[in-house]
Design a protein around this ligand. Structure first.
Ligand SMILES: [Zn+2]
Length: 402
């Protein structure tokens, strides 16, 4: 597979107009675009014509009562531009293909990352080829070629401990075979696609941002629940990554619950309550019969079922998880002063029902309870890492800010 030159959507104003059209899935007309983009009628008209010529945007007449030339409503052509996403989670690798609106088209769930990164990259590339084959089934050779050409690149999301600029995975926890791996070089060499790497937490937050549902000036805090917990924060649509892309490594944030000492030497770090290995071990010690298959999802599904079925111990454990996360949220609110908190990640769906009230309670105690912060669950489900990874690539290509 080989990336061809993507349509030269180079000029910033074109990206501004394309974004305005993209975040209005119901369609937007020329006057709206002038207002939203701060551009003249002539500029908007020229740019939209170019976007239509490139197949990125389609226009349909809007029937109004007024006489004369009908207004044209513009929408993006979502399949004109596809991006691949790969998420290296300690429990599994997920590969997905999304359209320009970051809606997943196909996905493949693969076994967990092993000790040989090159072999894992091979599995990712094979899964991608397999998805493209599925997408091209029944099409003419020419149409298949067009599908291949529409894939612009691949985004990769991995746990913290990486060098995003160099595209290297340095020392992520729970991925023992992955020390100092030039991941993006391996991906580019194998797929021929341009690639981008970031933390799974940042990828997840990028997916939340992409549909344009937050006001421009909003500060959004994301809590990511996976094998461990992490956070990501964005203000004005820009993610704060820190000097070494380590912002949001919150596993050693104090929870104030003084009943256990962490390996780092301090008491009651967040990870003691939220690292999934520890959490599920505690549930088993409490006598709950949880699935012992590898990965945490099946055990968490059992725990969720028990909690819903009225098993007090199961419910109590999930509430305890929520309370620890709520304490972290309380601290993070003081640091970041967010407008809203979104909680997601591969395992959050199993916990949210009984943990969210506890997180909300913790968040409400921040700032002396003076100002409540909105706490919601992500709508992306357990594939958010892979969808977010693909969105990272879309953002790099299409965001006017970069
Ligand atoms: Zn610690």
């Amino acid at each position: 597979m080989r990336a061809t030159t993507m349509p030269q959507v180079g000029a910033r104003n074109e990206l501004v107009v394309l974004r305005a059209i993209r975040v209005s899935p119901e369609g937007v007309d020329q006057s709206d675009l002038m207002e939203r983009c701060g551009l003249s009628r002539q500029a908007v008209s020229q740019i939209t014509r170019r976007l239509i010529d490139r197949g990125l945007v389609r226009a349909a007449p809007v029937h109004t009562r007024r006489r004369g030339k009908p207004a044209m409503s513009m929408q993006v052509e979502p399949r004109a531009m596809l991006a691949a996403g790969a998420h290296l989670d300690p429990a599994h690798i997920t590969v997905t293909l999304v359209d320009m609106l970051a809606r997943p088209i196909l996905k493949r769930s693969l076994a967990r990352p092993g000790e040989d990164p090159a072999a894992d990259v091979e599995r990712i590339a094979t899964a991608l080829e397999d998805m493209l084959r599925e997408l091209g089934a029944g099409l003419s050779d020419e149409e298949k070629e067009a599908v291949h050409r529409s894939v612009q690149g691949i985004g990769v999301a991995a746990p913290g401990g990486l060098d995003a600029a160099r595209g290297e995975v340095l020392d992520p926890p729970w991925l023992p075979g992955w020390r100092g791996v030039p991941l993006l070089d391996l991906i580019r060499d194998r797929t021929g696609l341009p690639a981008v790497l970031d933390k799974d937490t940042n990828a997840a937050l990028t997916a939340e941002y992409w549909p344009g549902r937050f006001a421009a000036g909003e500060t959004v805090l994301y809590l990511y629940v996976g094998a461990g917990v992490g956070s990501a924060v964005a203000g004005d649509g820009t993610i704060h990554r820190g000097s070494t892309v380590q912002a949001g490594e919150i596993g050693h944030l104090p929870t104030g619950v003084d009943d256990a000492r962490c390996g780092c030497g301090r008491m009651s770090c967040l990870g003691l309550y939220t690292d999934m290995d520890r959490f599920l071990a505690k549930a088993r010690r409490a006598g709950l019969p949880l699935d012992r298959r590898t990965g945490h999802a099946s055990a968490l599904a059992d725990l969720q079922r028990a909690a819903r079925g009225g098993e007090a111990a199961a419910r109590g454990l999930i509430e305890e998880y929520g309370a620890a996360l709520g304490e972290a949220a309380r601290t993070l609110i003081s640091i970041h002063d967010p407008h809203r908190i979104i909680i997601g990640g591969p395992y959050w769906g199993y916990l949210d029902e009984h943990a969210t009230p506890e997180v909300t309670r913790g968040a409400a105690r921040a700032r002396g309870g003076a100002h409540e912060v909105l706490v919601t669950s992500s709508t992306f489900g357990d594939d958010v890492g892979a969808i977010g990874a693909a969105t990272l690539f879309l953002e790099r290509e299409l965001s006017p800010a970069t």
